[in-house]
Each structure stands twice: as structure tokens, then as C-alpha cells.
Design a protein around this ligand. Structure first.
Ligand code: 0RA
Length: 652
């Protein structure tokens, strides 16, 4: 009922006159966005907040992709007001023949109209984010747009999506372009502060993905103004160099090509290095497809086939030898970017490409261009194949060792690791596996748990860094073997989600830097060896409390500094003299909690908070890890800081 009243009030124009029927539809549309923001931007937390910037930037990038814009400037002002400015043609200002309002007003107020009045001028549009700038308008306390066009400067202001001024001509001006300034609505968003790293990472990524485009990022919030310029003439080829970081390449030239097919435009860059990890990044219309999809399937098929064909033709195999997908991707950094007219996004986080026609197109293009590269660069080809063969031999040795271990443990009676305290229920959908740092915390967890459905696997110290070790070494590590057998679904290409023995795998580490490090190692391991487990939403992070506040027989647990303050305020009623009877304990590790406390705070489903790990969080974790373990000192110095950011990222 209240809603109706609100809508009515808003249909009154500032100047007095009534809105037309069309504009009432407009207001209803924007009202719908304000009522269910999550439907349009995913969430109203930090993620959704940053989404607003991406949405506006996407419009400028579309203009750049159409060939009319060279530079995009993004500024974060004090109070988290954001400006996105481009030197494109400027959003049209002339009155629309049937809608009877200026084009810019249509873009700002009509859902899905976005900047795309004329689809044919835009070859492809930003898929996932393509909800249109009207959504940003609806969710902003204030939005102002300035357009330079036809020798004039035009301006208009909106408040919460509703027109506050008419489009006005502010006089003569040179050049063309669009400038949008907006302030996210405090009524809508739970988090209002823009994160410098998240924005700069995304803007840099966009610059890599759109070669030649200049993106300037300015942050005016701190004592010192920060300005960074991203511009990459080499596009994805430079991106691969950037991602490879300090790892040494095994061939000098980055393999690079662009291909245009009726169903899809393809850009690809890749390079092999001496490491053992695979670093694959795929994009569709500038969106990171963390969950992969048809383009990735096509790429993988082509890599395996092209290398095997080349090796066979050039007699590089001993008899019966062949290379698997995992073999040919060891030490490979590859970025694939495709542009598709009507992308279908699927998966848990809608970052998996579903369009079936893309698979064959990518496969054919990669086959063709990669085969040319190998033929034209025989020395590089030899090195790539040698490396893949080494990977294959290591994998074969590991498989034999594993088979042997399996037979051995089968003879001994139990296949499950000795350290695992399993649960009694056998339905995986109901079962949880806690992977716990340290034997003492493991002991408390074993005593405190509900043994019917909670299993505990304690791990000793730091597990092996899978990023820097080859598969045979990874599999010879006892802690890693224990995890693989406890989970029970295998690894890599042999992974079978249906075999997973638990549908919740909860990483429980200390709430300190070491704990964060171990968590990163575990996430990296899961991300590298069983990404499907993360994609299925089976992986979680436990949230142990930081403090226990005791007062008399009462006790409270605080999971953050803020919460500790709140609790203190509450129990002392703000009166300082009451502080004396209070005992504050800071938990340095899980081991300091007794079984009952651990159960109550961290394991009891009715009380605990667990964070579900998204595949992109795991990807970020493994990237960070790689930076940490690389040769450079600077990234290592930044690790703690960055790691803090990634933990924050999980939260949003
Ligand atoms: C449609 C038509 C034209 C420009 C745009 C959209 C446009 C939209 C945005 C949003 C942000 N920056 C933008 N730049 C341009 C121009 C049509 C013409 O001039 O012929």
C-alpha cells in the first residue's frame, strides 16, 4: 500500500504538470529496480556497488568498440561519488520522434534501453553487465550527465532515477563526449566505499581486453591524489606477459592471433613457462568467464589436438605416447577473449558461456593459428612438446604410484586416511568435512563436532605449495593425499563430482596471517586440482570468533573488532565503571578454544557463519599466491595487504 502512495507522489512533475502515460511506465520500471536491486546488479553489498561503475564504463567501452572513443576517465571523488567520462560521440540529445523526450533521457530512464538505441552501430554489447545505465540512475541519490555534441554542452540532473531538471543547453563547447557523475544511494547499498584495488584491477583488465584504448583511473579520496593510466597497444599479448610475471618463458614470442567468424570474434594470446601451473583466463564481451564454457572447451580441445598432431607428424613421440589435456596445459598462460552477439551465461555465478556454436568456431581458429605457429617456429614447438612430454611422464609415474598406494591400502583394509575422523551418515548431501589447521584444533573439533554428519581432517602445518610443484610431487605429499582420499572424487581430468563424499567442505584456519596463508594454500590446491568442487558451491570458509567477552556467567563472541566494541557497549551500558567485571579474551588460534566453544562459535549450523567460496575468489587466491612465491620482492611485500583484500572480497 505504501508503495502505491510513493509511486503516485513521484508521478507529479517538479514543474507542476502531469507525466505522460509513457513516463509513468518509466517510473514504474525504475521503481522496480529500486525494489529489487539484486535482480539487476546481483547484490547491494560491495559487489553490487562496484557493478554500478562497471555498468557506466561498459557504455563508454561500447562506444570505443564501435570505433568512436579513444579514452575513458574514471574518477572516484571524496564521498564515493564517481565520474565516468569519455570522448565518444556523446549520447544523442535530440528529441525522440515517438517518445517525445531527448535520447539521453530515454537512456537514463528506460530499462534496458541503455546506450543501445541502434543495435547495428554496436557489433556486440556487454553481456552480463548490460542492464543499462538507467539501472545506475535508479540506484543513485544523484546522477548528472553532461554531453558535448554539435558544438554545445548539455546537462541534466536526476535524483533516485527521477528527472530533477530538463536537459539544458549550457552554451558553446568544443569536442564530443559523455560525462556521467553519480552518487550511489545510501538507502539502497549496505556498503558505500569503493575499493581502489577492485576498481583498478578491473580497469586494467578492460584496457588489456580493448587494445589501444586509454583508461585513466583517478582516486581523489586520499591525502594524495592517485592517477594511473592503462593503455596496451599489444592487447592480450601484453596481458599474458603481465600475468606470467616472473616465471621464465620457454619460448620468446607470445603466441597471438585474432580471428573473425560469423558467430564470434576471437582474440587469443598464450605463452609457456617453466612452471607447472596452468593459468587460463577466458572472457566473453569483456566479462571474465570464471566458470568457463563452450569457448574454453573449444580452446582446450584445439590445444590438445594441435600439439598431438604436430608431435606425431614430426616423429617426436616414442611409440604409444600421447599427450593429455593436462599435459599440454602445464606451465601455460593463456587469455582467450571472444565477442558474441547474444551471449548465454550459465552456472552458479552466471560466468559460464553456454552458446554451443562458439565451441567449434574457437576450436577451428585455435587449431589453425596454433598449427601455423608450431610450423613456423620449430624450436619453440620442440620445447613445448618436450615440456608436455615431461608432464605426461610425471603424470604416468604418479598414476602408477597412486595405483600402488591404492592396492596397498586396500590390502591393509581401510582406504580412508588414518587422521580422518569420519562421520557416521553416508549421504554426501548431508555430510560436512572440516579441514582443520593443526592437530590441537583438530582434536577440539573432533570432540566438539556432531559426529553423525561432521567429519574432521586435521592437517599439520603448511601444506605443499601446489603452484610450484609438479603433479608427481603434489601427489606424494601426505597431507594432500589425505585430502584427496577424504573427499573421494579424484583430481583434474579424473575428477568426478558425483563421487564427492561431502557436499560441504569447510576450511577452518586460525584468524591470523598464518591462518590466511594456509587457507590460501588450501584454496589454491582445490582450485588447481578440483575446480568443479568450488564451482558446485561445495567449498566454504569457517569464521571463528576473534574475541570472547565474559561477564559473570554470561559470555559473548565477537567476530570482528566492531562487534567487540558493540558487545562492550551493550554489556557495560556505556558506563566505564562497569568495565571491571569484564574479561576479554583474544583468540590467537583455534587451539585456544575448548571443544564446546569451538562447536558453539564455529561449527554449530544454527550459530556459525560460513562463507561459500566463489570460483573467482579461488582464482584470485591462486594468483596472489603465485605472486607471493615468484621471484619478485615487491609482490611479496604487498602480500599481506593484498591477502586482506581478498578475504574482504569473499565477504561481498
Ligand atoms: C547511441 C548513439 C550514439 C551514441 C551513444 C549511443 C553513446 C552512448 C554512450 C554512453 C556512454 N558514452 C556514450 N557514448 C555514446 C551516437 C549516434 C550518432 O552520433 O550518430
Amino acid at each position: 500500500m505504501v508503495e502505491k502512495k510513493k509511486a503516485k507522489k513521484k508521478t507529479r512533475k517538479k514543474g507542476g504538470g502531469k507525466y505522460t502515460a509513457d513516463q509513468i511506465t518509466v517510473l514504474k520500471g525504475l521503481e522496480a529496480v529500486r525494489k529489487r536491486p539484486g535482480m539487476y546488479i546481483g547484490s547491494t553489498s560491495g559487489r553490487g556497488l562496484h557493478h554500478l561503475v562497471y555498468e557506466v564504463v561498459d557504455n563508454s567501452i561500447d562506444e570505443a568498440m564501435a570505433g568512436f572513443c579513444k579514452e575513458v576517465r574514471v574518477t572516484v571523488h571524496p564521498d564515493n561519488i564517481v565520474t565516468v567520462e569519455d570522448d565518444g560521440r556523446g549520447i544523442p540529445v535530440d528529441v525522440h520522434p515517438t517518445e517525445k523526450i531527448p535520447g539521453v533521457e530515454l537512456a537514463m530512464t528506460v530499462l534496458h534501453a541503455g546506450g543501445k538505441f541502434d543495435k547495428s552501430t554496436y557489433k556486440v554489447s556487454g553481456g552480463l553487465h548490460g542492464v543499462g545505465v538507467s539501472v545506475v540512475n535508479a540506484l543513485s541519490e544523484v546522477l548528472e550527465v553532461e554531453i558535448r555534441r554539435d558544438g554545445h554542452l548539455y546537462h541534466q540532473r536526476y535524483e533516485r532515477g527521477v528527472r530533477a531538471t530538463s536537459l539544458t543547453d549550457r552554451g558553446k563547447a568544443t569536442g564530443t563526449g559523455t560525462k556521467v557523475t553519480f552518487q550511489p544511494d545510501t538507502d539502497i547499498f549496505t556498503e558505500l566505499e569503493f575499493n581502489y584495488d577492485i576498481l583498478s584491477d578491473r580497469l586494467r583488465e578492460l584496457a588489456f581486453l580493448n587494445k589501444g584504448l586509454t583508461i585513466v583511473f583517478i582516486d581523489e579520496r586520499g591525502a594524495e591524489l592517485i592517477e594511473e593510466t592503462y593503455r596496451y597497444e599489444g592487447g592480450l599479448a601484453e596481458y599474458v606477459t603481465y600475468l606470467r610475471g616472473s616465471r621464465s618463458p620457454i619460448h620468446d614470442k607470445v603466441i597471438y592471433f585474432e580471428a573473425s567468424r560469423p558467430e564470434v570474434e576471437i582474440e587469443l594470446a598464450m605463452q609457456y613457462d617453466g612452471g607447472y601451473a596452468e593459468n587460463t583466463h577466458t572472457f566473453v564481451n569483456n566479462i571474465n568467464t570464471h566458470e568457463g564454457g563452450t569457448h574454453l572447451t573449444g580452446l582446450k580441445a584445439a590445444l590438445t589436438r594441435t600439439i598431438n598432431d604436430y608431435a606425431r607428424r614430426n616423429n617426436l613421440f616414442k611409440k604409444d605416447e600421447s599427450l593429455s589435456g593436462d599435459d599440454v596445459r602445464e606451465g601455460l598462460t593463456v587469455v582467450l577473449s571472444v565477442r558474441v552477439m547474444e551471449p548465454q551465461f550459465e552456472g552458479q555465478t552466471k560466468t559460464k558461456l553456454g552458446n554451443s556454436e562458439v565451441r567449434g568456431a574457437v576450436e577451428a581458429a585455435v587449431n589453425e593459428h596454433f598449427a601455423i605457429f608450431l610450423d613456423e617456429n620449430p624450436r619453440s614447438a620442440r620445447q613445448i612438446i618436450d615440456k608436455s612430454l615431461q608432464a605426461a611422464r610425471a603424470r604416468e609415474a604418479a598414476r602408477k604410484a597412486r595405483d600402488l598406494a591404492r592396492k596397498k591400502s586396500a590390502l591393509e583394509g581401510g582406504v580412508l586416511p588414518g587422521k580422518l575422523a569420519d562421520c557416521s551418515i553416508s549421504d554426501p548431501a548431508m555430510c560436512e568435512l572440516y579441514i582443520v589447521e593443526g592437530d590441537s584444533a583438530g582434536g577440539s573439533a573432533k570432540q566438539g563436532r556432531d559426529r553423525s554428519y561432521q567429519a574432521i581432517l586435521p592437517l599439520k602445518g603448511k601444506i605443499l605449495n601446489v603452484e610450484r610443484a609438479r603433479i608427481d610431487k603434489v601427489l606424494s605429499n601426505a597431507e594432500i593425499r589425505a585430502m584427496i582420499t577424504a573427499i573421494g572424487a579424484g583430481i583434474k581430468d579424473d575428477f568426478d563430482l558425483g563421487e564427492a563424499r561431502y557436499h560441504k567442505i569447510i576450511i577452518m584456519t586460525d584468524a591470523d596471517v598464518d591462518g590466511a596463508h594456509i587457507r590460501t594454500l588450501l584454496l589454491t590446491f582445490l582450485f588447481r586440482q578440483m575446480p568443479e568442487l568450488i564451482e558446485a558451491g561445495y567449498v566454504y570458509i569457517a569464521q571463528p570468533p576473534l574475541y570472547r567477552v565474559g561477564k559473570g556467567s554470561k559470555e559473548y563472541y565477537a567476530y570482528s573488532e566492531d562487534e567487540r566494541e558493540q558487545i562492550l557497549q551493550r554489556v557495560t551500558n556505556g558506563k566505564a565503571e562497569e568495565v571491571k567485571g569484564i574479561n576479554i579474551q583474544r583468540y590467537k588460534g583455534l587451539g585456544e578454544m575448548n571443544p564446546d566453544q569451538l562447536w558453539k562459535t564455529t561449527m554449530d549450523p544454527d550459530y556459525r557463519t560460513v562463507m561459500q567460496v566463489q570460483i573467482e575468489d579461488a582464482a584470485i587466491a591462486s594468483m596472489l599466491f603465485d605472486q607471493l612465491m615468484g621471484g619478485d620482492v615487491e609482490p611479496r611485500r604487498n602480500f599481506i595487504e593484498k591477502n586482506a583484500k581478498y578475504v574482504k572480497h569473499l565477504d561481498v
